[in-house]
Design a protein around this ligand. Sequence first.
Ligand code: DGJ
Length: 730
Amino acid sequence: MKEINLPSAAKIISLALVFCLAPPPRLAAESVPPPTVIAIATARSQITLLVGADRHLYQLGFGITNNAVALPAKAPDREREYYPPAGDGYLFEPALAATHADGNTSTDLQFIKQESSEIDSNISFTRIELRDSFYPFHVFLNFKTYRAEDVIEQWAEISHEETQAVTLEHFASAAPEFSSGDYWLTQFHGDWAKEAQLAEEKLTFGMKVLDTKLGVRAQQYRTPVFLLAKNGPAQEASGEVFGGALSWSGNYQFVFDVDPHGKLRTLAGINPFDSAYHLQPGEIFTTPKMVWSWSDAGKGQISRNFHRWARKNILRDPEKLRPVLLNNWEATRFDFTEAKLVSLFDSAKELGADVFLLDDGWFGDKFPRDSDHAGLGDWQVNPRKLPHGLSYLTKEAQARGVRFGIWLEPEMVNPQSELYQQHPDWVIAQPHRELNLQRNQLILDLTRPATREFSWSVIENTLRPNPDIAYVKWDCNRFVTQPGSFYLPPGEQSHLWIDYVHALYANMDRFATNFPNVTAMLCSGGGSRVDFEALRRFHTFWASDRTDPLDRVFIQWGYSHFYPASAIAAHVTRMSNRPFKFTLDVAMSGALGFDVDWQKLLPEQRAAAIAAVKLYKEELRPVVQQGDLYRLISPYAGERSAFNFVSEDRRRAVIFVYQIGSGKSDPIKPQGLAPTLRYRVREVNLPAGTESTLPNQGKTIDGAALMREGLTPDNTKKFDSAVIELSAEK
Ligand code: DGJ
């Protein structure tokens, strides 16, 4: 058991002696570099750093690529340090704060060396080693640049060889400064069923903090991404904009700190709240990756940069098109039988869905999971609901040409479960406090090896005996309110927030590695865990439990700023009973799925759904899921929303238009087309028996004219919508 070192009077005196009598030795002269510039560059942007003559690391710029950066005439002042540590002169929010083994709370980071390597023709890696001028305490700043996508990933590694633990109190992943100007910050806030809502404000003096302290399901109130637009609110197609995303599924903190001289520094990383980390000699503390992209062509380009980067480097199986699902949650909740499920396989087949996804409620024996009050943790098939087990279901689905998928929530437990009865100390809770339940459940403490292994066994024991299970939805339905571990020693309770997330990733990695052919949806009661680190182990995420398409227009718009459409699961449901075409058109702009009781649909709705799935699979899916997105009209700006996707070769495009209020029908001007290519215009997904009223329907028009003049679908009433395909002539 460790305890935090509070310096005794004797220690303070001996520290003072150390400071007065023994000035910190300077590093060996031969390791002193001359003033030198380090450029961390992509095709269009760069972070420019300076190693000063005093061997501190400063920042010269962050923005457009500049091959001719000159050394400044005089050394920058200490406020301009790139990764400022606390306690040795820096006055503002520090990137790093550490209490060294002897109780010294200051750190002075000096440059040791820089190494760079080419990972491939597009990706480079740079590692800068900093070391405290007195203590054997190291910070490695790592940068991975993705040239073509204009994306920079940055993270830090902290280690030491002091005599005993060093306590880390602040540990930012990145802390860049931004050149002088006014900055507008866009955040993506929300709540359950109201995810990814945009709010933009001008930053003024002082600190603006966006954070989460929820630990698990940590992003319920805010997605870990932001935009910073320079000298005015962010525009889609013009102006300087920075996009930032933290790849971390736990507590995070973004600090936007405008100093008294108007200089903005942004700190991004794990939230230091209640998270003092006692780092043993030889251990490495690795921060999450902070992902940056910069553009001088507006936030639309930032989104396309992130999408391309995520499609190529983050999401699993980026080249594979996401399957169309039929999910039973909205249709049945917990109330289903084996016969009902088999009848839904017939529905999936008729619909043309690729996968049937069995949601919550299939498990629990002594405590059957017939509601959210019981059974979580007891992952045996409920023999009364599913007497022939899962393998029977997978076979019945396969017999109809449909693959079978299943819902899991491997991090959670209901107190009404055999698991909790056997292991009440496996949960996250505080001693001497009344258990605080949410959705009647508790979180399993994954820092305990046995619990982590149990959580893994949920996946292993479900999938291994049923190799035909093709799909998993990994859910997570509550956050931390009582952050105590019955496993961690008293002095390491503050490790819970961070160690939990690493344990979770370890299990997610095992899942992705052991079951590489199982497609995976990341879910947290909707979108409460949507970040690029978790997404490395998944194909899509469930964007929201709110499936009313009117609300989905906003939610999907919000997520589209960072996450590609191939990742955004969008299902057709009957929530709020919106017009069926509008509902289909909204869901088709993401990874399409359905969550409907097929038998309850009207015959014409079933026919429309079947036609929409055919259209999506045969024509729209590759463009939507692998094309570039151009947002055209924001739903926040008025009565309609519009955007288009363009395939990478620019030969195909699809425009989506949603009328969210009544208004007049102005032309929709697509973007990203090849000006000289001639495109055939075709409005699709029309209700059976109707003709398009689009004035240019069937005509062939060159890209320049389409982008200049636009197309004018006859959309004026709330819930009108249009899907227009553009295909280049052969
Ligand atoms: C929350 C998810 O977001 C829903 O889609 C559904 O899977 C329920 N959990 C099941 O409990």
